[in-house]
Design a protein around this ligand. Sequence first.
Ligand SMILES: C[S@@+](CC[C@H](N)C(=O)[O-])C[C@H]1O[C@@H](n2cnc3c(N)ncnc32)[C@H](O)[C@@H]1O
Length: 325
Amino acid sequence: MKNIVTPTRSSCRLPVRLPEQTGGNDEAAGSSDIFNNLLDDRSNRTEPMLVEIERRLAQAGIESPRLEAQLLLALATHVRRVDVMRGALPVLCREQLLELESLVSRREKRVPLAYLRGYQEFYGIEFKVAPAVLIPRPETEILVDIALQRTCPQSNARIADIGTGSGCIAISIARHRDQLQVIATDLSMDALKIAQHNVNHILSTSSIHLLQADLLSEFATGSLDGIVANLPYVSPGEKERLQPEIRTYEPDTALYAGPDGLSLIRRLIGQAAIVLRPGGWIALEVGCGQSDSVSGMLEDRGFSAVFREKDLAGIERCVGGIKPS
Ligand SMILES: C[S@@+](CC[C@H](N)C(=O)[O-])C[C@H]1O[C@@H](n2cnc3c(N)ncnc32)[C@H](O)[C@@H]1O
């Protein structure tokens, strides 16, 4: 299977020239703290750079400034983090110093690290991400586990991932169950373009059909065997409590859903009661404290064997049920 969404390597060969030997556009670097500090430092050794980046990230309120300093330095220099940790960096070239300054100043403004790197790992796979899609979260892997538990390797069942975003859930399922017919939908065409890129680069043969649709509006009665969905579930009142990375940079259309955060999930459950075949199942990611309400919605719509799954923090994160035969 192909997996080419790791950052590309620079054509800049290392070790390279010292900054003052590169000539050219010095003004471009004039505003750069890191660059200015390093112009006088002929060695631009790893540790002083890390200390300076760590200081700036800590001042910006980043939770793990040392770790992120290492990751940003690795990103700017196209090496692995382990090489940064070993202090095995060659002298940085001018382009790398400028790139480093740009990355650090965007991270200081709380641009999510995953958007800076351009990818995020989910279910052991690297997914391309961009500001058009939610960054995949580890707790969402539970939905993949549930889908894999409910389908055997030879199953050719028809499963829909509603609100696919980067495609992380649908693609992870399809990678482990290549006979399934997986349909991944999203309202956002920009998100679907990212999902298509991920399908093309992660799956060798694509059994995923991508579809622009409002929830289950395009599906016929009794046409699905299973539904997974991580839909928006944040209420507008919770917005101010979100981290700046989420509040400012992740798409509103991937976060908010009506006054109680449950308007999309409520509507989806109503549609699922019709679109699932008898005996078909649904599994939904929910926010902290929403599992009782969502279980109640499923029961009200006639679903049986309603289940809840906790995440690693002990929060009931997934709720689902079966449409009676
Ligand atoms: C919370 S994100 C989840 C993305 C991805 N499934 C994941 O788990 O990382 C929710 C996604 O639902 C999509 N969405 C919002 N409203 C929708 C609707 N009415 N119909 C289909 N998709 C919708 C958003 O565009 C967004 O990509």
